[in-house]
Design a binder for this molecule. Structure first.
Ligand code: FES
Length: 156
């Protein structure tokens, strides 16, 4: 046995159903926006300058590991010399983070060893190495526009 609905009940039910659909859509959209904002942003643009000073040779004793955030570059020193590696992931340009024994991309999970070699994808290529030169005044300069083969170091 079914009860007959009045016009007023039908209208109220229709309104509640429509209102619920609108509310569910708004909640879904808000969740989408918030989850998108929480994603790490890719760095598709290069740093401000192709060249930047990092200091003097004495500022980089063996074992040094420094990150130059604005230039998106890691600079390391070992007993052979000083070297600079790009922090820009070769997949879609996110900034890789340095862990004790590797670089990790937070966007899609690529791993690189500390020489910038891809350990696991989706990154298609190794991290770039940049040339380091010394100015006449004795300061070391990283030239981001001049790429060098992995393993190329400024000799100390
Ligand atoms: S941007 Fe680094 S893995 Fe996708």
């Amino acid at each position: 046995m079914s009860a007959k609905l009045t016009n007023e009940e039908i209208t109220r039910r229709g309104f509640l159903g429509w209102g619920f659909a609108v509310l569910a859509g708004m909640v879904s959209f808000a969740i989408f926006v918030l989850s998108t904002l929480r994603m790490p942003l890719p760095s598709l643009l290069p740093g401000k300058s192709g060249r930047f000073r990092i200091g003097r040779k004495a500022d980089f004793p063996p074992g040094t590991a420094r990150y130059f955030e604005e230039e998106q570059t890691y600079v390391f020193a070992d007993t052979d010399g000083v070297f600079a590696i790009s922090a820009v992931c070769t997949h879609l340009g996110c900034i890789v983070g340095k862990e004790e024994r590797q670089f990790v991309c937070p966007c899609h999970g690529s791993y690189y060893d500390l020489s910038g070699k891809v350990k696991s994808g989706p990154a298609p290529k190794n991290l770039q190495w940049f040339k380091i030169v010394k100015t006449p005044g004795g300061r070391l300069v990283v030239e981001r526009s001049k790429r060098v083969a992995p393993g190329t170091k400024y000799l100390v």
